[in-house]
Design a protein around this ligand. Structure first.
Ligand SMILES: C[S@@+](CC[C@H](N)C(=O)[O-])C[C@H]1O[C@@H](n2cnc3c(N)ncnc32)[C@H](O)[C@@H]1O
Length: 236
């Protein structure tokens, strides 16, 4: 009763504050059990459609799902006829929640695989969590076989630089941001060049508000900025 009265007299406006940002490992430790291995939000649907638009056949290939999380792209590679699928991630909790049979706890900057050992690398929405983009691309270039390719998607740097954050709601009800480093096209270009990788294709899809999560063919007023960027990198 007293609380209700006080609320009426003193309308409560919480002060605007920055979201608490967790390291990637801390964030995915809290997120893993509610992170399904499919495109479970509009951003991921747009991203996955763009990844699939650049994907070359996977049948008979050895595929590395790099920063595999709960295994979305590894499972997709099995469905598309891959001969072998390896998952690598630096979150023990995401790996535990992942049904791939071959999975390794490791970072994108130290991939525990030999030189020239995989045909295809699929890396979904992860390199923005890694500060050292140049080291990650050098590792991708090292483990890919000649003639192989990598598909890499990232949260678009325009989004981050306009103030958008990668957030999730933990089981305690709190919303957290996840550590993120915006890598510009120029950063990818330089790192790819140094790693002897050619940027073959780039797509920058927009979120189409009308159809909720499909790739808009052209930007509309509501969706002027692309939300993700997807690269196809070729090892000559
Ligand atoms: C947004 S989730 C994406 C998971 C999966 N690739 C997908 O697309 O569904 C990002 C994943 O990257 C992993 N990750 C972040 N930084 C990493 C790093 N430096 N090395 C390895 N994995 C990393 C996280 O643990 C998490 O599983």
């Amino acid at each position: 009763m007293l609380t209700q009265l006080l609320r009426r007299l003193l309308p409560f406006r919480p002060p605007k504050r920055e979201l608490h940002t967790l390291t990637s490992v801390d964030a995915y430790a809290r997120w893993a059990t509610s992170y399904p291995p499919n495109a479970h939000n509009a951003l991921m649907q747009v991203e996955e459609r763009a990844m699939l638009s650049l994907m070359l056949p996977l049948d008979g290939k050895t595929v590395l799902d790099l920063a595999c999380g709960t295994g979305r792209y590894g499972l997709l590679a099995w469905d598309r006829g891959a001969k072998m699928v390896i998952g690598v991630d630096n979150s023990p909790d995401m790996l535990r929640a992942n049904s791939l049979s071959c999975k390794v706890l490791a970072g994108v900057t130290a991939i525990p695989l030999p030189v020239d050992s995989v045909d295809v690398i699929l890396c979904g929405l992860a390199l923005g969590h890694e500060k050292q983009l140049d080291v990650a691309l050098a590792e991708i270039g090292r483990v890919l076989r000649k003639g192989g390719y990598a598909l890499v998607s990232d949260f678009h740097p325009f989004m981050f630089l306009s103030g958008a954050r990668r957030t999730f709601q933990a089981s305690d009800g709190s919303t957290y941001a996840v550590e993120h480093y915006p890598h510009l096209y120029g950063d990818y270009h330089r790192a790819a060049w140094a790693a002897n990788l050619l940027i073959e294709q780039v797509v920058e899809p927009h979120l189409d508000m009308e159809t909720n999560g499909t790739v808009a063919s052209a930007p509309t007023k509501a969706t002027e900025a692309p939300i993700v960027i997807v690269y196809r990198l070729f090892k000559p």
